[in-house]
Design a protein around this ligand. Structure first.
Ligand code: BGC
Length: 304
């Protein structure tokens, strides 16, 4: 469907213009345009639908980067959003207000995913606030750059606690909630191409993402009888705050682009599109799988 127009009650008369199907001259039901308008809304170029209408989604790390793009896109698709963020309250409030303007419910909770009890509280608070959660997006993540022999225990813990341990126990809390609800659920992990591809000087990050890969496979089997699917997305280089340093270093950036057959970095919205598919009923037969989204980076090998 083109445009943010909402399916549902419509009022005639109907008009048909080139490339535009106008559903009502009196009212326009749009998630994005601030006021109902006729005959059609200005945001008609953006491809969205109502694939997540009525769903309640919990997203870790929802105030920036990929998590933010997923929160916004899911809301545009009709979902209500609960997200957590670590520190930027002003940014989180802005995100929540923006989503509420779309006509969706949205609450941001300040929790550190790297602390197990915080993650558990995030799930409990989300359920208390929204009544239930249908879909969990494990997005929060971080990386530390160091030669292997210089990696400190503190840096190792920071990376593994958020990327793997935190994800593990938030997923466990979500699964317990869905077991009580007895109606299945969906889990989407934002992993990385580095669950497969080595990333020298980022050993702890690779270890964490390799762990996410095997957790995804393992849980797909354990959770299938509960009607819960679990899949990962493996983004390559995406324009997000995690890559700020790289984006400001022309030499490193050029070297990276040389490795990407599509010759550009991905955008958070690219990842959000894949996440919509995995959150929607269109992906119901997918579980235990990682979907790569990397402009061709992972399998790029050129010799002659
Ligand atoms: C990392 C980025 C890196 C990209 C491609 C991502 O998982 O977070 O730092 O540029 O993979 O290598």
């Amino acid at each position: 469907m083109i445009c943010h127009e909402r399916a549902g009650f419509r009022v005639g008369p109907f008009f048909f213009l080139p490339n535009v199907t106008v559903t009502s001259a009196l009212f326009h039901f749009c998630n994005v345009c601030p006021t109902p308008r006729a005959p059609y809304c200005e945001c008609k170029e953006k491809p969205v639908g109502n694939r997540l209408l009525g769903k309640i989604v919990a997203i870790t790390g929802g105030s920036q980067g990929i998590g933010l793009a997923i929160a916004q896109r899911f809301a545009e698709e009709g979902a209500d959003i609960s997200f957590c963020y670590r520190s930027n309250k002003a940014g989180a409030d802005e995100v929540a207000a923006g989503i509420q303007k779309l006509g969706r419910k949205c609450v941001g909770f300040q929790y550190d995913v790297g602390i197990v009890s915080d993650g558990q509280k995030f799930i409990a608070d989300s359920v208390a606030q929204f009544g239930r959660i249908d879909i969990l997006v494990n997005n929060a993540g971080l990386e530390r750059n160091a030669d292997f022999w210089n990696v400190t225990e503190a840096d190792y813990d920071a990376v593994l606690n958020v990327n793997l341990k935190g994800l593990f126990f938030i997923t466990q809390a979500f699964v317990k909630h869905r077991m009580d609800a007895k109606t299945g659920g969906k889990i989407i992990n934002i992993s990385s191409v580095h669950e497969e591809l080595p990333f020298p000087h980022f050993a702890s990050y690779c270890a964490s993402k390799g762990g996410v890969k095997m957790l995804t496979r393992n849980l797909s089997i354990e959770l299938a009888p509960l009607g819960i699917t679990i899949n990962s997305i493996a983004p390559g280089a995406i324009e997000t705050p995690i890559n700020t340093k790289l984006l400001n270093d022309p030499v490193k950036l050029a070297a990276l682009l040389a490795n990407i057959p599509l010759k550009r970095l991905g955008k958070p919205e690219d990842v959000a599109s894949m996440a919509v598919f995995l959150a929607s009923d269109e992906s119901n037969y997918a579980t235990g799988t990682t979907f790569f989204l990397d402009g061709g980076l992972t399998w790029n090998y050129q010799e002659q």
